[in-house]
Design a protein around this ligand. Structure first.
Ligand code: SAH
Length: 392
């Protein structure tokens, strides 16, 4: 096996089981491994630390598959898949859903591998060279162990270019999935477009939060900003919200939100296509107020470099949002920027509340749903943070 030798004193993160080897930590590489090839990682003295996948064009040169001397073969991937499924045993029943994240990359010991289940269809993203190289073994294990009917690939993600991989989309196993897959979260149904939707088709990470926010919705008017296919607004309507206004920049997402409203036989809602930053100002200028405001923007920081700009973005959007909450109303505000810490996010909301001249109390701190497991040794895996707040 080809060997990646670390520089002196650069072995500590790997010994602590953090799965990334950065290019700057590497002293030497034997015999030019292929894209995604499994390599042996050793410390500067040649003591083995484990096996990982070689990504020659990425800043993260190796992502560790394991921290011992076992094999990385079909049986290994079948075992990792079995463990990922075991972690989620009973979750679908408990959350009353048929849509679940089954594999959450590093946190499941499978860097670069994301797999979501929508009914009988699995949708996967293979974002790294190692994931790509072992795709067939992963797909075979997932199909065999879940009994799913289809495995559809949505590796049309930016990160692949840093890995030297082209985007890849299409059927990998089983039959073509239906054009829309109807899933449910409790009482609410959503039609999911796994071919054209965002990510693998739906924001499963917000499942718990949709429920928790909906618990506050009874008797309130709701502004669902960055609504995508209706998520928070539909859950709120189902829970007794008096009116819902959905705002998104995407006409496709809004059309699906409208269709999902009908699918659930919910009363009419208002759908506004536009830039949320602009639309919130328009509401402000017209003195519109809402009993519950949801802010679930896309990530403002793709990396640490964009952090300062992102912090300003979160402050601005929360300032606009807080001003629109009726006295005694609720704000549910989120950030899915992995580069932003929960403390940074809280600071942005604190600054916004102060500038808005409102007293804001946190009712609950929110996180990504538990099927999006986090590993203690990979804190980067926590990306979705939210605050459910009372606004005086
Ligand atoms: N809350 C949703 C997920 C939101 S994803 C759910 O529960 O399913 C973020 C959404 O913001 C996407 O639908 C995207 O189209 C939209 N978006 C991104 N930038 C926007 C902007 N400036 N104004 C309005 N919508 C925007």
């Amino acid at each position: 096996m080809k060997i990646v030798t670390l520089k002196p004193r650069h072995d500590r993160p790997i010994r602590l089981r953090h799965p990334w080897v950065f290019s700057g930590a590497i002293a030497s590489v034997s015999r030019d491994p292929a894209l995604g090839e499994t390599v042996l990682v050793t410390d500067a003295e040649g003591i083995p630390l484990g096996l990982g996948a070689w990504s020659p064009t990425s800043q993260i040169s190796v992502r560790m598959w394991r921290f011992d001397d076992g094999a990385v073969d079909e049986a290994f991937f079948a075992d990792r898949v079995a463990k990922a499924l075991a972690v989620r045993a009973g979750m679908a029943e408990r959350f009353d859903t048929d849509a679940l994240r089954l594999v959450n990359a590093e946190a499941d010991g499978l860097p670069g591998v994301t797999v979501d289940r929508y009914g009988d269809t699995l949708v996967g993203q293979f974002s790294t060279a190692g994931a790509e190289r072992n795709k067939a073994a992963l797909v075979a294990a997932l199909m065999a162990q879940t009994g799913a009917k289809s495995f559809y690939e949505r590796s049309d993600i930016d990160g692949r270019k840093y890995e030297g991989l082209p985007p890849a989309v299409g059927l990998l196993a089983g039959e073509e999935p239906p054009e829309r897959i109807v899933i449910h979260e409790g009482q609410v149904r959503f039609a999911v477009d796994v071919r054209g939707g965002h990510k693998t088709g739906f924001y499963l990470d917000q499942r718990d939060n949709r429920r928790l926010v909906a618990e506050e919705a009874r008797g309130r008017s709701v502004l669902n900003a960055f609504c995508y296919t209706g998520g928070f607004g539909l859950a709120a309507q189902r829970a007794g919200a008096t009116a819902v206004t959905h705002v998104d920049v995407s006409a496709t997402a809004l059309a699906q939100a409208r269709a999902n409203t009908a699918l659930n036989a919910l009363p009419e809602a208002t759908f506004i296509q536009g830039n949320v930053f602009q639309e919130l100002r328009t509401f402000r200028d017209r003195a519109c107020r809402f009993g519950l405001v949801v802010l679930d923007p896309p990530k403002f920081a793709a990396s640490k470099r964009e952090l300062d700009k992102a912090k300003r973005g979160y402050k601005d959007i929360n300032l606009l949002g807080i001003k629109l909450v009726e006295p005694g109303g609720i704000l549910a505000t989120f950030s899915c920027s992995g580069a932003l810490t929960p403390a940074d996010f809280r600071t942005a909301v604190t600054d916004a509340a102060r500038d808005a001249g409102r007293t804001v109390r946190i009712l609950r701190e929110l996180r990504q749903a538990p099927d999006h497991v986090e590993s203690l040794t990979f804190p980067e895996g926590l990306y979705l943070k939210g605050l459910l707040c009372h606004v005086e």
